[in-house]
Design a protein. Structure first.
Length: 392
């Protein structure tokens, strides 16, 4: 976490006023095309808007570099600006154990854009985090030092637990208020986080007409050392046949098995009124395809429900397509066509382990969780109310 000196206090644009985290330029984390942030619309010239501080959250992942800048609002926060770019920082990391020069150069270029936005908006406080690629790379700390020297951003390498908790904090409002148990998952580029929440203590406490969820108590979590980039590289994600897909699933099942044997969540989940909540681009992509969207539309995807049969039907359809056909799918695109089936295999391993019938799609997560934690630290009441899961 880092405090930043405001450089342009007169700059006060925003987008989608009055909404909290439903910003239209949010890019799914691993299998949908990146989007350019729309030009911000001017805010009302009220005294409150002019003095309201801005906060920044940056997530440098194995596949993407993403930034959110927001200011507090009565209902939560309004997004002021956003940025997302596919940088594949973890490309080749599994094979060589270090970040490549080309990958680091791509990341530095993207981070320069982020630093410029942070300065231009006069951000009061920001938290800029790096995840699995920097955690496991032999030169991860050296890369962080390079970013500090060349770009001026002080990257924090998150622990897996901190990443999991922040991801949950960012999407917990989508948990069904009637649920007793929820499994939140984030399929990233280099790792996949699984967080089990006991929500039975909060059941029925909020009216169903409100879309907000209620958080819950974390009863088990794990970080699997597999993501869409690492799994696709291991099995050649461009050319995935049904047998190769089964090999992918088997790899992930082997990683899940020790966790399930320790916590026995399958039996508990089958007896509870529960559901999955996916924050990753894998599920947002599957949702967009199932809806037959002509292009990815966050407003239609975020918060939607998918049935497991529908998820498997889309996966089967993708398995029957060639790499070129996946490239042409508007909710996938060329940059992610070699990753999408790896994400589907990871999700399939989850579904085979735990008998979920439905999952909810969240096009929000780590960055939103960071923003809530920053605002909560500053004592802002809307963040304190919503930040019901400790994210620090």
């Amino acid at each position: 976490m880092v405090d930043l000196t405001a450089s342009d206090p007169s700059d006060s644009p925003r987008t989608r006023s009055g909404r909290t985290t439903r910003h239209s330029d949010r890019t799914p984390s691993d299998t949908t095309p990146s989007h350019t942030a729309p030009s911000p619309r001017p805010e009302n010239n009220s005294a409150a808007a002019s003095v309201s501080p801005k906060y920044a959250a940056l997530d440098l992942g194995t596949n993407n570099c993403r930034l959110l800048i927001a200011r507090p609002s009565r209902r939560g926060f309004n997004v002021v600006d956003a940025f997302s770019r596919i940088i594949r920082l973890g490309e080749g990391l599994t094979a060589c154990g270090a970040l490549s020069d080309d990958a680091m150069d791509r990341a530095v270029d993207a981070l320069r854009v982020c630093a410029s936005k942070v300065r231009r908006h006069g951000v009061k406080r920001g938290r800029f985090v790096a995840t699995q690629a920097c955690r496991i790379a032999a030169n991860g700390e050296a890369f962080v030092a390079r970013v500090r020297n060349e770009v001026g951003l002080d990257l924090e390498i998150l622990t897996p637990e901190a990443e999991a908790r922040l991801a949950v904090a960012g999407c917990a409002s989508l948990i069904d208020p009637q649920a007793e148990l929820a499994m939140v998952f984030d399929i990233g580029g280099g790792s996949s986080e699984l967080i089990w929440l006991d929500t039975s203590q909060h059941r029925h406490k909020r009216p169903r007409r409100k879309r907000q969820g209620h958080g819950g108590k974390i009863i088990a979590w794990t970080s699997l050392p597999v993501g869409v980039v690492t799994l696709a590289e291991r099995h050649n994600g461009r050319f995935v046949t049904p047998p190769v897909f089964e090999e992918m699933v088997a790899d992930v099942l082997g990683m899940i098995d020790p966790f399930e044997r320790e916590h026995r969540m399958r039996e508990r989940f089958s007896d509870a009124h529960g559901h999955f909540l996916g924050t990753s681009g894998t599920v947002t992509t599957l949702a967009g395809i199932q809806m037959r969207l002509p292009k990815y539309d966050r407003r239609k995807v975020d918060g939607c429900w998918l049935g497991v049969d529908g998820v498997r039907s889309v996966t089967q359809d993708l398995l029957e397509k060639s790499y070129e056909e996946r490239c042409a799918q508007p909710c996938i695109g060329k940059d992610r066509a070699d990753l999408v089936l790896a994400g589907c295999a990871i999700l399939e391993a989850f579904l085979r382990t735990w008998p979920a019938e439905r999952l909810r799609v969240a096009d929000r997560g780590l960055r939103e969780g960071i923003l809530w934690s920053l605002m909560s630290d500053d004592g802002l009441p809307q963040a304190l109310r919503r930040n019901q899961i400790q994210a620090r």
